[in-house]
Design a protein around this ligand. Structure first.
Ligand code: KG4
Ligand code: ZN
Length: 471
């Protein structure tokens, strides 16, 4: 019978005594090393063999392995090894071990599918060491994503960076609506209130426990610092408690990777990032490589939508309503085309001011504004500007793949225009699902998977940043 000795003090002390010639402090090892595990082989209640293996994130290692002399050649070693391989199957990508070159166990390892990958000269007091590896069929990786950079508390579990398992988004829009925008202090307090419930609901929805999660991806900036810190501290606590790697994810990288939940992103690609805080053109040569080509010199496009909405009496966040009104009206108000040059930069403050001034002037003259027509005129200018700069970059860099990202990518005008232009030129385009345009953790978990493949890791000193460069 094979048993894990963790938590069984009698078995731990029996193991230390029976194998005192190779083992000393098993209890200390189990306590201090969360990756170390011991299995024992019991023959009529007596420990006659054991195996000590490490499970380190996505990697397994056979650290130590022994059977009492009197019980050798009875297949006990094979059973122990086989047990561990089955246990680690679909948990790790490979199992490694190191053994003395003259150890007959090498034959057993080879029989179990381990192959020699390298030798270490004279490693064991003059005798060579052999490094062996057994590859395990690629394991599925489940990333828990956490997003709290603004007014959404969200957790999500995504498999292999492309398959959403469960997502929960708790929005505070109704709380902030009364103030005409997000109040940072209120936002952080509500994140604190929500965070455990949203996590629990997400795990429940996925029918998973924290043990099934491989790593934790955290959106650590840019955003509201107090809000970010709530998510970050939660991520660190979970990573520490459950011994999971912590993956730092840039919020905008998350928005871009929302597209990977729709279709595998192909490279090189151009991302038009349009959100409440950003308006950028980002070039990606390959997965998780970002180069900002240009961005807004003043207001972000989402901000502009919200301000235009406010002046015509639409409540926050006004983007979706302005978009709706735009489709009901006609382009009758002449508005300036912002930063109409050959750069990849944007400027929307002039356009925003023009709309606000126009509304105020009409009011002073006692004239009523046609809201639908104003929204239509405004949206047309926005769409033209975004489309022009995007196509300019596509032509310059000979891009074949385009994605939209950020809250404003839900905008129907921009979607229609980009779809039309890309189809006419044979360019592949992907837009995020409407539900994943605005802030959510599914996009963070997805980006987290690719950040992980890119080797990105954080330790517990990771801080949150209100501004953060995408790189
Ligand atoms: O990405 P997001 O959730 O937050 C930031 O990271 O900034 O974007 C929120 C922004 C808001 O300004 C909202 O008004 C805007 O996205 N938005 C839209 C639409 N849906 C959301 N703007 C224009 N048209 C829409 N359909
Ligand atoms: Zn966002």
């Amino acid at each position: 019978m094979i048993k894990d000795i963790n938590g069984d003090i009698n078995l731990i002390s029996e193991l230390e005594t029976s194998f005192s010639f190779v083992l000393s402090d098993v209890l200390g090892d189990i306590k201090n090393n969360p990756f170390s595990h011991y299995l024992v082989y019991l023959d009529r209640g007596k420990i006659v063999g054991y195996i000590n293996y490490y499970l380190m994130y996505d990697r397994g290692e056979i650290a130590n392995f022994n059977v009492l002399d009197a019980y050798q050649n009875q297949g006990i070693g094979t059973k122990l090894l086989d047990y561990v391989i089955n246990l680690l199957n679909n948990k790790v990508n490979n199992i490694t071990l190191e053994v003395r070159k003259d150890n007959p166990a090498i034959k057993l390892y080879e029989k179990m599918g381990f192959i020699k990958v390298a030798e270490r000269n004279g490693y064991y007091h003059g005798i060579d060491g052999v490094l062996m590896e057994k590859k395990i069929e690629k394991k599925d990786i489940y990333v828990l994503g956490i997003e709290s950079s603004c007014d959404e508390t969200s957790f999500s579990i995504v498999k292999n960076g492309c398959e959403e398992i469960a997502t929960v988004i708790s929005s505070q829009i109704d709380i902030h609506k009364d103030y005409g925008g997000v109040v940072p202090e209120i936002a952080s307090r509500n994140h604190v209130k929500n965070v455990t419930f949203v996590l629990e609901e997400c795990l429940e929805k996925a029918k998973m426990t924290m043990d099934d999660i491989d790593m934790i991806a955290i959106s650590y900036g840019p955003g509201l610092i107090g809000s970010l810190l709530v998510g970050l501290e939660t991520a660190k606590t979970l990573a520490w408690l459950y011994h999971k790697p912590l993956i730092p994810v840039h919020h905008i990288a998350g928005h871009i990777y929302a597209n990977n939940l729709v279709k595998k992103m192909e490279f090189p690609l151009l991302a038009l990032v349009i959100s409440g805080g950003h308006t950028e053109l980002v070039y990606m040569e390959k997965d998780y490589s970002f180069k900002k080509l240009g961005g807004t010199l003043d207001d972000a496009i989402g901000e502009c939508y919200d301000k235009v909405g406010k002046v015509i009496g639409v409540s926050y966040p006004a983007g979706p309503m302005v978009d709706k009104l735009a489709h009901m009206g006609e382009d009758t108000y002449p508005l300036p085309m912002p930063l109409n040059d050959n750069s990849y930069n944007f400027s929307f403050s002039g356009l925003k001011s023009a709309v606000i001034n126009l509304v105020h002037n009409e009011e002073q003259r006692g004239k009523e504004i046609n809201k639908e027509n104003l929204c239509c005129s405004f949206q047309n200018v926005v769409v033209e500007t975004l489309a022009k700069k995007t196509m300019h970059a596509i032509n310059d860099l000979n891009i074949k793949n385009v994605v939209l990202a950020g809250g404003v990518s839900a905008n129907t005008g921009i979607r229609e225009k980009l779809k039309y232009l890309c189809e006419a030129r044979g360019i592949n385009y992907t837009f995020p699902d409407i539900k994943y345009c605005t802030d959510n953790a599914a996009m963070i978990a997805t980006a987290g998977y690719f950040a992980y493949l890119d080797g990105r890791r954080a330790d517990f000193t990771l801080n949150a940043f209100s501004t953060l460069e995408l790189k």
